[in-house]
Design a protein around this ligand. Sequence first.
Ligand code: FES
Length: 151
Amino acid sequence: MAPRTETAGEKTAETFKPEIVVLYCQHCVVQDADLTIAMKATSRFRAKLVMMPCTGKIEPSHLLKILAHGADGIQVLGCPYQQCHRLDGNLRAEKRIEYTRQLLHQIRMGPERLGMERGLDFSGLQLMLLAERRADAVKPLGPNPMKGERE
Ligand code: FES
């Protein structure tokens, strides 16, 4: 039997290391959390953390711009229901994220590139695990097709 050879697509999937941008509400994370652990490059993905005053500030245009700049996925972390410090910021964020996921589906980039979780007192390790979960969802899609177009 002849040895199995890799196709170019398989090779890309094996070496693909998704870049995940984590947008998190400042009220979701434990005070004095060591976030350096969440930013450490692993062999499987890279994460960039961006703190926000509230996820209600997120607009679909921001999310699309992050992807246009080459991120492979975005993980949003907001406060739990009825615990947003700006009343309904997390609910507005949820609607905008769902809208953006639909856009990603329509343009065939994959809604899995974007997701939201809610909670309080996230540690640096938990942020990293959520980023890893997004990376796992993105990996089957392959690299962001817009990556490198702006370079
Ligand atoms: Fe945390 Fe609004 S203050 S999501």
